[in-house]
Design a protein around this ligand. Structure first.
Ligand SMILES: [Zn+2]
Length: 88
């Protein structure tokens, strides 16, 4: 069963969870807010409210899996796995 990973709550809207995605063009792992569509390239961007509006970027992305997360800047950040079965 595939799992999705999120890095906690969005510091911009304080509502959405930050799901980790992989940019298929650059291979970067970034956190994408499910509510406000804000993106954070690094954990530091969450703290400083940096980041970018993902809607303005043109690239393909997919949910990031554990192996790519562990090789990214997110490896030492608190990442929570979400089982799709738990989504109701
Ligand atoms: Zn947000």
């Amino acid at each position: 069963m595939p799992r999705r990973y999120h890095a906690g709550s969005c510091s911009s809207c304080r509502q959405g969870r930050l799901f980790l995605f992989r940019n298929l063009v650059t291979d970067d792992i970034y956190a994408h807010c499910e509510e406000c569509e804000w993106g954070y390239l690094t954990p530091a961007d969450i703290d400083t409210k940096g980041g970018f509006l993902t809607l303005l970027e043109e690239f393909d992305a997919e949910y990031a899996w554990n192996d790519s997360i562990s090789r990214s800047v997110w490896a030492n950040y608190t990442v929570v796995a979400v089982d799709d079965l738990d989504e109701t």
